[in-house]
Design a protein around this ligand. Structure first.
Ligand code: HMH
Length: 221
């Protein structure tokens, strides 16, 4: 009998709020082909700024994994995620060109600033590795589930948005999220009650920030 991980229990318990992030109106509008190009461009430009801030955050997760983990799996999985960010930033630049966006003119919106501020606070060595890893997994899995939904059978995603959805919705990224979930579940098994509580609160906080992030695409700042 296979014991289910704590992350799965959390996702069941918090299903409605998780669905609000992974089935957000912006995502549903991509999936049904009704998305407005200005919405997509807003999201793209804001996400480029987010990913730039995400790089040092992932580096901080890697440092904590190296210091605190007795399991080298953790380091390898996180290092893989870190490495793919180089290609991701290049992709954002190509995509900006395609849509006629100049990243140097993009002003970060409030939801983005708040989210980047959260990332920055998590980079402190005082924030526990387990809590940081929870945030990292949650950030990645929301994108994975959201964009995978846009390329499922029956989706009407416009061809010019397929590449974007594939970036996070592809099977490889899905595997990577599962690896993160697995190392997180292992960590959670050894965590104290206090750490577990903080990690669960962190999951909810990330989901909420993701909803606000998607909201920017419809002009709600
Ligand atoms: C806001 N969340 C946001 N942007 C991303 N690129 C990801 C998650 C996935 O890395």
């Amino acid at each position: 009998e296979k014991k289910i991980g704590l992350t799965e229990t959390w996702l069941r318990k918090h299903r409605p709020i998780y669905d609000a992030a992974t089935r957000h109106p912006f995502i549903l509008s991509i999936r049904d082909g009704t998305v407005q190009s200005h919405s997509f461009k807003t999201w793209l430009a804001q996400d480029y700024l987010f990913v730039r801030a995400f790089v040092p955050f992932v580096a901080s997760v890697l440092i904590k994994a190296c210091k605190e983990s007795d399991d080298s799996d953790d380091v390898e999985v996180i290092l893989g995620g870190m490495a793919s960010l180089k290609d991701e930033i290049l992709w954002f630049k190509r995509e900006a060109n395609k849509w006629g966006i100049s990243f140097s003119d993009v002003v970060p919106q409030k939801a983005n600033i708040n989210y980047c501020r959260l990332l920055e606070s998590l980079m402190s060595p005082d924030v526990d590795y387990t809590v940081t890893l929870t945030a990292f997994w949650a950030i990645e899995v929301v994108y994975q589930e959201s964009f995978a939904h846009c390329i499922e059978e029956g989706s009407k995603t416009p061809p010019e948005l397929k590449e974007t959805c594939e970036r996070w919705g592809n099977e490889g990224f899905g595997q990577y999220c599962q690896s993160l979930q697995k190392i997180l579940n292992q960590r959670l098994q050894k965590a104290s009650d206090d750490e577990l509580k903080k990690a669960e609160v962190m999951l909810l906080s990330i989901i909420e920030h993701e909803v606000h992030f998607w909201n920017m695409s419809r002009g709600n700042v």
